[in-house]
Design a protein around this ligand. Structure first.
Ligand code: SF4
Ligand code: MG
Length: 336
C-alpha cells in the first residue's frame, strides 16, 4: 500500500535553560492508507511530541522542528504555509487527546461544537448541519442522540465525552486520525468500548490511525504495526504479531514484562529498573544502556543504528545477534 504519511528524519529540539535537548531524534516511519501504526513508550519518550510536531502544534521557540520531510497526501507538511497547515489540521488530519474535557468548550452544547467543525471542514450549511451533528452522535453510539445533542460537556461521563470528541474529529472526514492516549483517563471497561469504536469508525471511514499509547494491551488489540520509542529514538518497529510473539529490543522486552494487568494500573517506570535518562544529558552510546541487563562497554560508547530484522521490521541494538538467538523472556500476549 502506498504511504499516506511518510515521515523521514523528523527531529524536534527544545531550547531550555538546561541546554538544548532533543525530544525526537531523526525519527522515520510511514503509515499506509487505512493502516494503524502505534507508537509506544514511557511518558517523556517523545511520542506525543512527535504527534504535535506532525501537526506543527509546537510553539517555536522553544521548539525547533527539522527533518528531511513529513509527506502527507503529496505535500511536505514541514514546508507548508501556516494557512495551508491550518487546512490540513482537523480537516485532513484530526486528533483526539487523553482528556476530552479540556478540549471541549464547557459553555456550548455538543451539537454546537460538532456544527462548528462541520462548518469549518465541510460544505454543509443550514439545517443539514444539525442533522449531521445528530447523525455523528449516533455514529459514535451515544444513546438518544437527538436529545443529547443539546447537552453540555459536563452532562456527559468521561467515556461519553470521548465519544463526543471522536464525533468532532470525524466530522471533517479526515484521512488520518491521531489518537494520543485516547483511553488512558477512562475506566477499563469503557476503554475497551472506546477502542472498539475507534477501530470500527476507522474501517467505516477508511481512515489511517496513528495511535499513541503507553499501554501494550491497547496496542495489541488495535495496531497493525508498532513503533517503540525510547529517549526520542525509534528502537524497534515490527508488525504487531511479530512484536508480541518475539520482542527483540531489550527495552521492548522490558515493556512487555511491565505490561499492566487489566484492572491494575501500574506505572511502567516502577517496573523497569533505572530511570529514563534526561534528554538534556543522554549517554553517548545507547540511551537504554543504564537500564539494560545486556549492556556492555561497547553499548556505553556506540549509538546503535536500526537494522532490518525481516517482515519489514527493524531494531536498534548492538547485540541484536545475541538477542535474536535467545529465547524471549517476555510472555506472549494471548489473542495476538
Ligand atoms: Fe542494551 Fe546495548 Fe542493545 Fe542498548 S545496544 S539495548 S545497551 S544491549
Ligand atoms: Mg519514510
Amino acid at each position: 500500500r502506498p504511504a499516506l504519511l511518510d515521515v523521514e528524519d523528523l527531529t524536534v529540539r527544545f531550547r531550555t535553560p538546561a541546554g538544548r535537548l532533543t525530544a525526537v531524534d531523526r525519527l522515520s516511519f510511514d503509515i499506509a492508507a487505512g493502516e494503524t501504526l502505534a507508537i509506544v513508550g514511557e511518558s517523556g519518550c517523545g511520542k506525543s511530541v512527535t504527534a504535535m510536531a506532525l501537526l506543527r502544534l509546537l510553539r517555536s521557540p522553544p521548539a525547533e522542528i527539522s527533518g528531511s520531510h513529513v509527506r502527507f497526501e503529496g505535500a511536505d507538511l514541514l514546508a507548508l504555509s501556516e494557512r495551508a497547515m491550518r487546512d490540513v489540521r482537523g480537516n485532513r488530519i484530526a486528533m483526539i487527546f487523553q482528556d476530552p474535557l479540556s478540549a471541549l468548550n464547557p459553555v456550548r452544547t455538543v451539537a454546537d461544537q460538532i456544527i462548528e467543525s462541520l462548518k469549518r471542514h465541510t460544505g454543509l450549511r443550514g439545517p443539514a448541519l444539525h442533522r449531521r451533528a445528530v447523525e455523528l452522535l449516533d455514529l459514535v453510539r451515544i444513546p438518544e442522540p437527538q436529545r443529547r445533542a443539546e447537552d453540555y460537556p459536563h452532562h456527559f461521563s468521561g467515556g461519553m465525552r470521548q465519544r463526543v470528541m471522536i464525533a468532532i474529529a470525524i466530522a471533517a472526514n479526515p484521512r488520518l486520525l491521531i489518537a494520543d492516549e485516547p483511553t488512558t483517563a477512562l475506566d477499563v471497561t469503557v476503554q475497551a468500548q472506546i477502542l472498539k469504536l475507534i477501530v470500527s469508525l476507522q474501517k467505516e471511514f477508511g481512515m489511517s490511525l496513528l495511535l499513541i499509547s503507553h499501554d501494550l494491551g491497547v496496542v495489541a488489540e488495535t495496531a497493525e504495526r508498532v513503533l517503540v520509542m525510547y529517549a526520542g529514538r525509534k528502537v524497534e518497529e515490527r508488525p504487531v504479531a511479530d512484536l508480541f510473539a518475539r520482542p527483540l529490543h531489550p527495552y521492548t522486552r522490558a515493556l512487555m514484562r511491565a505490561r499492566p494487568t487489566p484492572g491494575l494500573q501500574r506505572e511502567l517506570l516502577d517496573e523497569i529498573p533505572g530511570i529514563v535518562p534526561s534528554l538534556a544529558d543522554l549517554p553517548p552510546g545507547c540511551a537504554f544502556a543504564p537500564r539494560c541487563a545486556h549492556a556492555d562497554e561497547a553499548c556505553a560508547r556506540l549509538q546503535p543504528v536500526l537494522e532490518g530484522v525481516g517482515g519489514g521490521g527493524s531494531v536498534a541494538c548492538l547485540h541484536l545477534d545475541r538477542l535474536a538467538g535467545e529465547k524471549p523472556r517476555a510472555p506472549v500476549l494471548e489473542g495476538v
